[in-house]
Design a protein around this ligand. Structure first.
Ligand code: G1P
Length: 309
């Protein structure tokens, strides 16, 4: 049974500067909800109620967001917007959230290593704090189901275009079923030539406590950081690992174009915005003649564009 989740959220967010100079990238809102709230909700929807957020310098806003704000509650209480008052209370009571600070940014593997006392000898879920996955079944739940079937480390992956593999950790291995691989290779951000496949690590994992021993043996890798992908490769010597092609759409909030696309898609799904916002988009595109340009080229949205980062 998976009871605990770890959400690494200590990174600088350099891909989103200057917005992330003085605020955490995990707090960037999709309309009105910070990215990390979607991530916490996914963990809760997957049956997890104990969450450890690995935070760092400049990340206080995350703690404040999941804390009570009595002044604000007093301001909202008894006023017209009772729903918002209740929502404020719900957010501060969503889960049992713990925090630990990563004092030096030494990479994802090091961030996860900070969770070792908290998760102790239990397997746990990892959800990257700047990635949202929209799916019918919460993607962490999908991975938990596979973990319960095979009892081992499970990495959520998705298919990416060959020329985008260098942006991700990539897995390779033997096919067990359409969506499951017995992993034999793991490479962080390989070149197209050295990539074992086009299955990219999607920011969701179920890890066993054995990972901590592997992290201790992990050396500094790509981008001068301790990579979780490298620790998982070391783990392969002692334990087998499965990858599972997740069912859902992944949004990487840490890059500007994906962030914009996510905001538009989520707005079009919101009841109160769908119609006026769709009309606005249509009018704007028409006024600019962009729709003709697109039709002229005949380009529907390609998978490549979906993964543009
Ligand atoms: C991290 C992981 C990488 C994974 C990616 C998913 O990279 O190291 O293996 O594919 O997240 O978003 P980052 O995006 O932090 O460079």
């Amino acid at each position: 049974m998976i009871r605990k989740a770890v959400i690494p959220a200590a990174g600088f967010g350099t891909r989103f500067l200057p917005a992330t100079k003085a605020q955490p990238k995990e707090m960037l809102p999709i309309i009105d909800t910070p990215t990390i709230q979607y991530v916490v909700q996914e963990a809760i929807d997957s049956g997890i109620d104990d969450i450890l957020i690995v935070s760092g310098k400049g990340k206080r806003a995350i703690e404040d967001h999941f804390d009570r704000n009595h002044e604000l509650e007093m301001e909202l209480e008894g006023k017209a917007d009772e729903a918002m008052y209740n929502e404020m209370l719900r957010i501060s009571d969503m889960a049992n959230i713990h925090y630990i600070r990563q004092k030096e940014l030494r990479g994802l593997a090091d961030a996860i290593y900070h969770a070792r006392l908290h998760t102790a000898d239990e397997p746990f879920a990892v959800l990257l704090g700047d990635t949202i996955v929209d799916s019918v079944i919460p993607v962490t739940q999908q991975l938990i189901d596979i973990h319960e079937q095979f009892g081992r480390t499970v990495i959520g992956v998705e298919i990416v275009p060959k020329d985008k593999v260098s942006r991700y950790g990539i897995v390779g291995g033997e096919q067990v079923s359409d969506s499951i691989l017995n992993v034999t290779e793991l490479v962080e951000k390989p070149s197209t030539e050295e990539s074992p496949s086009n299955l990219a690590i999607a920011g969701r994992y179920i890890l066993t406590p054995e990972i901590y021993k592997s992290i201790e043996q992990t050396e500094v890798g790509k981008n001068d950081e301790m990579q979780l992908t490298d620790a998982l490769r070391l783990l392969l010597r002692r334990e087998s690992i499965a990858s599972y092609t997740i069912e859902g759409k992944r949004y990487d909030i840490g890059n500007k174009l994906d962030y914009l696309k996510t905001t538009v898609e989520f707005a079009l799904r919101r009841k109160e915005f769908a119609e006026p916002f769709a009309r606005f988009l249509q009018e704007t595109l028409q006024a600019r003649g962009v729709d003709q340009a697109i039709t002229g080229k005949g380009t529907a949205q390609t998978i490549e564009e979906e993964h543009e980062r």
